[in-house]
Design a protein around this ligand. Sequence first.
Ligand code: ATP
Ligand code: MG
Ligand code: MG
Ligand code: MG
Length: 433
Amino acid sequence: QEIPTIQIIDAKNYVGQTVKIGAWLRQKRGSGKLAFLQLRDGSAFFQAVVVKADISEALFELAKNLKQETSLYVTGEIHEDARSSFGYEMAVSNIEIIGESHDYPITPKEHGTDFLFDERHLYLRHLKPFATLKIRNTLIAATYEFFNNEGFTKLDSPLLTGSAPEGTTDLFETDYFGESAFLSQTGQLYAEAGAMAFGKVFTFGPTFRAEKSKTRRHLTEFWMIEPEMAFMHQEESLVIQERYISFLISKVLEKNEQELDILKRDKDLLQSYTELPYPRVSYDDAIKLLQENGFDVEWGVDFGSPEETFLANHFAKPVFIVNFPKAIKAFYMKRHATREDVVVSADLLAPEGYGEIIGGSERDTDYDYLKQRIEEEGLSLEEYGWYLDLRQYGSVPHAGFGLGLERLVTFVTGEEHIREAIPFPRMTNRLRP
Ligand code: ATP
Ligand code: MG
Ligand code: MG
Ligand code: MG
C-alpha cells in the first residue's frame, strides 16, 4: 500500500496509520535510546520519536546527528499524545535528509530583539512569528469576507501620487521622470472617487509615512483598509466599523485557537471585545474625563499614547472618541451641524494600550467649503482639482474610515510591538532584510 504524504495539521486524520511528512527540524533532544525531533512544516508543529530498538543502527545515528533546520522527509506511524501541546506525534520508521543545515544562528537560547529582526528571514520560521502572522492572515481573509458580504467593491488606489492629503510632513518623496512623486500615505481621496462610482468600496494596500518618532505603534510602511460609503452618515459608518471589528475578532477565535495559545492571548478577554455596541464618547467628555483623572490636557490637543490607553481601559473595550477639534483633523472632514470648532469624526481606540486602530469621518459635501479648506491648509488647488470635481457632479453624503492592519494584529495577538505584526517591518532604523 502506498504511504500517503501529509501535512502535520492533518495528522489527526491518520491516527494509527503510517504517513510521510516533509518538514524542518526545529529542535532535538534525546538519550542513548531515544531521539525526540521537534518538527514544523508550515502547517503546524509536532514531535517525532525515534526509538533505537525499532530501527537500524545507521538510522538512529543519522537522527542523533541531525542539525537544527535540516529539511527532511520523515515516515512513521501517527499516535495521539495527550502530553504534547499539539496532540499528536509520530513513531519514526524512516528519515531522508533533503537539505543539510549548519550553524543555524537562532538557537534555542534567548536572543535580543534586534538580532532576531536582523535575522527576520529566518526568524519567520519560529513559533511566535508563525502564530502572529497566521492571525494576520485570518484578519486579511476575514476583511475580504466581511466587505464582500456587505456588497463592497475592492478598488485599488495608487501608491505613487502627486499630492499629499495628510500634510507635507512624514512623506517619502521620489523622483518621477524629473518631477516629484510621493509614496501614498492613504488611499482615502481615491476611495471617495470610487464610492461615487461603485457606492461602497474599500481599498486595501500598503501606505507609507516617514514617521520620525520611534514608538511601539508606528511603522514607516503599513497596510491600511479604507472603506468609503456613498449615501451614508457617520452613525451608520460607526455601526459598520464596530461590526467589522467584532467579526474579525470572532474569526480569529474560531480559526486560530492554537495560535492564540502559543501567544498566551486571553481568549475570554478577546471574546468580550466582540460584544457590541462600543461606547461613543465625545472628544469634549474625553478631555473632561482625562482632566478629572490627573491628565494635564487642554481642549484642542490630539491624544498621545497615555491618553488613548487611559480612555479605552476606562471602558474596558474598544471605544469611539467622536467629534474631534477641526484644527487637528484633515481638511475633508465634515463640519458639525451646530458647532464651528469640531468635525464629524471618530477614532476607535483599543484597550490594553494598543492605541488608535481606526480613524474615520463623514466627509464634507460642499464645493466652496472644501476649496477654502484646501487653501487654508496651504495645499495646491491644482493637485486637488480632481477631488473637488467629486463635489461638482452629484455630491452626496458619504463617510469612511481607515484601519491600520498591523495595529489590529498587534491588538488581537497581544504583541508588545507593532514590528511583530508584519513579515518584514520597516521602521526609522530598519530597512533590511
Ligand atoms: P496615530 O495618531 O497613531 O499616529 P494617525 O491618526 O496619524 O495615527 P490616521 O491618519 O488616522 O493615523 O490613519 C488611519 C489608521 O492607520 C490609524 O488609525 C492607525 O490604525 C493606522 N496607522 C497610522 N499611522 C500608522 C503607522 N505609522 N504605522 C502603523 N499604522 C498606522
Ligand atoms: Mg500619526
Ligand atoms: Mg491619531
Ligand atoms: Mg487618526
